[in-house]
Every structure is written in C-alpha cells, then in structure tokens.
Design a protein around this ligand. Structure first.
Ligand code: MG
Length: 454
C-alpha cells in the first residue's frame, strides 16, 4: 500500500506533490476515517494555505463530517482548540518550518496530538483502496465558524505559570515570529504577563522575507543585535507555525534547543522532585546528565515530535524535549508549543534571578557535529543492516537501535547513524567532550558508510 504521511504529516511542494485535487481526496479520506465527526480546521500563513484550507474543508464536508473553521493560527493553538472545545479531531494546513513553496496537512486526534502511525495507516487504506465515503446530497456536513480558539488559548496558557512573579521582573523580550503565525499569540501572551515586548519579523507573510521559517542560529543575527541594542533580557525566535522556539540570551548569544531544553528540564525536575523526561535518540547527553542529577528518568524515543507526544502520554511524563527547540509541557498540552516554551523560560529566569547567559554557562558542555551521505531509498535498509554487523565487532560501551544505530564509545561520546525518512541521505550525528572528537567520529563513520555503499 502507498504512503501519504511522513514524519510530520503530509508534506510537499504546493501544486506539484501537493495539489488541490490531491488535498480534496486526502480530506475525503480523513473525513471517512473520522466517520461524520466534528472537525476543527485551521491554517498557517503560507501563500497556498487559504486554497488548501478550502479544498480540505470541501473534502471533509463531502464525506459527511461537520467542520468548525478556526481560521489562521499556530499549530499548537489548533491542537489546544481540538482538546479544549472537545472536537472529534482537527486538521491543520501547515508546512511548519519548510521553505515557502511547501505546504502540508496534519491530522489531529481528539487528545490534541497528531494521530499515531497506526491511525495514519487507516487513512492511507481509505485513500489507496478507494474506500472513501461520499455523503449523499442531503447528508453532507455543515460548516460553522469557531472564532474563539486563540482567545481561549491565551486565557488558559498563562495559567500554567506564576504570572504575578514573572510580571514583577518586568522582563524586556524580543519576539521574532519569523513572519509566521506565532505573531497572533506569542507577543500578546507575553504582554499579558507584564513583559515589555519588542517584535521583529512580525508581519505574517507566506514568503517569509525576514529570515525564513526555520529559526536556526545562523539566520538570527538580527535578533541578537536587537537584544543587545535594546538591553533586552531575552530573545525568542519561533518557527513558521509556532511550535518550536529558539532563545537568545541577554548578551545576544543564541543557544540551540538542547541547551534551552536542559535548562527548563533542570528547573522542572527540581520543582517536581523528579519526573520522566522524553527525548529522541538524537538529543544531547546533556539531557540525560541533567535527568540523572535531579532525580529524573530519561526515555529515549525515535526521532519525531509525534512519537515524543505519544510516549509522554503513555508514561505520564514531566517534559518532552527536542534539540530543534521543541518543548512539550504536558500540564498545558502533550504537543510542542513555542509560546509555552517561552513562558517556561521566563519562569526559569524569574526563579534563577540571573541572565540566561549565566544559566547556560553552568551547564555541562558537550560538542556536536553532524554530516550526511547520499544513499538511495532502496539501499538504506541493506546499508544499515551491514553497518550494524560491522559495529557489533567494534569496541563500544553500548549499541542502541531505537532509531538508526547509536554507538556509545564511552559514557560521554556517541555517534548516531540514521537514514532520513524523507530524503535520499543517511545522517551521521556525533557528540563528545571536544569538537575535534565529535568531528573525528563523524568522519570515521562516514568512511565506513562509503565503504559499504561502494
Ligand atoms: Mg513547526
């Protein structure tokens, strides 16, 4: 059977891999799967989103589902809305941090999480085996507006932190939505809790003219300058659909998500006296070291936010962390949320009483290095099998195969070899106590892969 869903829903270039016709058929399949339920539909600020939204709504209605139209909003806000207003499911039109020509369709279950793989397969079965339910003319769904999702979200999310304490610090925060839809929530939430907010790239624009939709440190120079020149306490840059947040400290230095995640982790484990932390195998050892030190337990998962969410739900976890800036805080919701990450970071700053740069300085230090090697999809399985046989003969403390092959050379040094789910490449990640060691590891395993491929 064919596959529609990737690691993060259905994604593709608009008009090419993801056409309007395809979107209608996908929506008919999603609607058949939901079997006449009430579905909340939202969309991000991409140029093609209003078109795809209409196609998706048409498909859902034609399959007999009722649709509540939530309008333009961040992905975590739609997810919150599905759960809060008790819809049977949700559909979000977004391609998150992908380039502007892309778009995508995410299917949300009644718990607010994207449906797990086994449920996606049910939709694929409907789609590929033509089991679509087409409602009769007098049984098609009805559409209504649901304009209150953003307001409900803002009112509820601020209850997750101590507003009075945070407000007393009068933080100045630079917010950079990167022309994405977090413009509709993050600056407003921060003002509500007494922060002075300076915004940049805050005009929603599907061409993402500011710095592109993905908040990686090399494109955040303007945030860094703005934080320094305005004497701000913090900078926060969100991805296109607002579920990931990357932070810049008061000195203008931007930190990757493993560091900000570890800082929030440390705070929560101390506050709760322990807990379960869920994170993908590609994350830094830093996450584990903090967990060990503060009475936490760590659960490593496959790479992908949907996996982290469902694992958090299963084990009743305290926090989920992705190195790319994804923070999952279950008391709010089980999915990553850039605004929630920002509120937690402000709570940490309030609690610690010092700047983010000093808090980062106190963390154990690790160095990461990444590379990739081309490998056709059809060879990936064979190459990985061969690799596993080879590494089993090596000296290693531990070999894990949760996702790809992770080889621990010693307790602070590992390399992960993992085929990409979407691209014809195999990724190689390494971490060590020095940059040279990490780079050396990547080079060594790249050579091995080359050998196998030859
Ligand atoms: Mg995203």
């Amino acid at each position: 059977m064919g596959k529609l869903f990737g690691t993060n829903g259905i994604r593709g270039k608009f008009g090419d891999e993801l056409t309007v016709e395809l979107a209608v058929k996908i929506a008919l399949s999603i609607g058949t799967y939901f079997n006449g339920g009430e579905i909340l539909v939202g969309f991000d600020g991409r140029v093609s989103s209003p078109i795809l939204k209409r196609a998706v709504i048409s498909g859902l209605l034609a399959s007999g589902c009722n649709v509540a139209h939530a309008g333009m909003l961040p992905t975590p806000v739609l997810q919150f809305g599905v759960k809060y207003f008790k819809y049977d499911g949700g559909v979000m039109i977004t391609a998150s941090h992908n380039p502007p020509e892309y778009n995508g369709i995410k299917v949300i279950g009644p718990d607010g999480i994207e449906i797990p793989r086994r449920e996606e397969e049910k939709i694929e079965e409907v789609f590929f085996e033509n089991k679509i339910h087409r409602a009769a003319w007098n049984e098609v769904g009805r559409i209504k507006e649901e304009p209150n999702v953003i307001q409900a979200y803002i009112d509820e999310i601020i209850k997750q932190v101590n507003v009075r304490k945070i407000a007393s610090r009068k933080f100045k925060v630079v917010v950079d939505p990167g022309n994405g839809v977090s413009s509709l929530t993050t600056p407003i939430v921060l003002k509500r809790i007494g922060c002075e907010v300076i915004t940049i790239n805050d005009v929603i624009d599907g061409k993402f003219p500011g710095r592109g939709p993905e908040p990686i440190p090399k494109v955040l120079g303007i945030v860094s300058k703005m934080v320094s020149s305005s004497n701000a306490d913090l900078g926060v840059s969100l991805d296109g659909d607002g579920d990931r947040a990357i932070f810049t400290d008061e000195k203008g230095v931007t930190h990757w998500g493993d560091k900000s995640g570890a800082i929030i982790e440390k705070y929560l484990l101390q506050r709760e006296g322990g807990g379960i932390i869920v994170t993908p195998v590609s994350s830094s050892k830093l996450i584990e070291e903090i967990a060990m030190k503060y009475n936490g337990e760590i659960i490593w998962t496959r790479v992908g936010s949907v996996t982290v969410s469902h694992k958090l739900k299963e084990v009743n976890g305290t926090l989920g962390i992705e190195e790319n800036g994804g923070i999952f805080y279950p008391p709010h919701q089980l999915v990553r949320d850039g605004t929630m990450a920002t509120l937690l970071m402000l709570e940490v700053l309030t609690h610690e009483g010092e700047g983010l740069s000093k808090i980062v300085d106190k963390l154990p230090r690790y160095y990461n290095y990444k590379d990739k090697i081309p490998c056709p999809h059809n060879l990936k399985k064979k190459v990985m099998e061969k690799m596993l046989l080879e590494v089993k003969c090596e000296e290693a403390v531990k070999i894990e195969t949760i996702d790809g092959i992770k080889i621990w050379k010693d307790e602070n040094k590992w390399v992960l070899i993992r085929p990409s789910g979407t691209e014809p490449i195999i990724r190689i990640y390494a971490e060590a106590k020095s940059n040279e060691e990490a780079k050396e590891l990547v080079e060594k395993y790249k050579e091995k892969l080359r050998g196998i491929l030859a």
